[in-house]
Ligand binder design. Structure first.
Ligand SMILES: [Zn+2]
Length: 259
């Protein structure tokens, strides 16, 4: 049995250990929350996402923040978007309609596996024209992203009406539509990330539009937490670093859509 002074020593020692551990925990959690804050300072909690999310490694059909896009906004089944992006799109769709412009979503969210199917399909088809892997990757990258680096992973981006720039240019069947989007899309939070005349990245895409209230914070998180080495798991992925998949393609967008 412990004597009184031994017992009090044990109690005091235990108390010191508890306080010390408590302090250590508090300090560690304060530091980690401070550094978390400094990285995500201006990003609302609703726009914080995981690394897997940014890389498209999830199933949008099982994600609570995604909704299905049906008629009259799209003719294709299975299209999904982030709720906020779709709500904003519906408002833009109504406004465009009253101006005589008919917007149709022809592609929306595509996860890593869907992008991998697109990329590897082109990898095979371009093999004759571009036998060298780097040439082939650069050819695909004119219009298609490496899986893990596509804005279509995020549920914020969509392709509208047609995948041909000429259709949106003077004399094209969507000339009026493009002019309307160029003048009004920003009023609803939308921006064209792949404009003409950028120094790096994908060719111009007049059909691709992004909902920036979400895609800007997603891009900021991508820039901080993803490296070229994270872009992997498909044919030619070893070229991500050499090609500068993140620097030139993910970040090589119209800067109005980036900050
Ligand atoms: Zn697109």
């Amino acid at each position: 049995m412990l004597k009184i002074n031994e017992l009090s020593f044990v109690l005091v020692f235990a108390l010191v250990v508890i306080i010390a551990c408590g302090n250590t925990d508090t300090t560690a959690s304060q530091i980690s929350s401070m550094s978390a804050r400094s990285h995500t300072d201006s990003i609302p909690a609703s726009a914080l996402v995981s690394k897997d999310y940014l890389l498209g490694k999830f199933n949008p059909a099982q994600h609570a923040d995604f909704v299905s896009v049906g008629a009259p906004y799209s003719d294709k089944p299975g299209m999904m978007l982030r709720k906020e992006a779709f709500e904003a799109f519906k408002k833009m769709w109504d406004s465009a309609k009253s101006a005589g412009v008919s917007l149709k979503i022809i592609s929306a969210t595509r996860n890593f596996e869907q992008q991998k199917a697109i990329w590897e399909g082109k990898w095979d088809r371009f093999a004759m024209d571009a036998p060298k892997p780097k040439d082939r990757a650069l050819k695909i990258l004119e219009y298609s992203s490496m899986p893990g680096s596509s804005r279509h992973h995020w549920g914020t981006d969509m392709d509208l009406n047609d995948l041909n720039n000429a259709s949106f240019e003077p004399g094209g069947k969507y000339e009026k539509m493009y002019q309307w989007l160029a003048n009004h899309a920003h009023e609803f939070g939308f921006c064209q990330p792949y404009t003409a005349g950028r120094p790096h990245g994908y060719h111009e895409e007049k059909w691709h539009w992004t909902y920036t209230p979400l895609s800007k914070p997603f891009l900021a998180q991508y820039k901080k937490s993803i490296q070229n080495g994270d872009i992997k798991g498909f044919l030619g992925s070893n070229l991500a670093e050499e090609i500068g998949a993140i620097q030139n393609y993910v970040l090589g967008i119209n800067q109005n859509c980036a900050e």
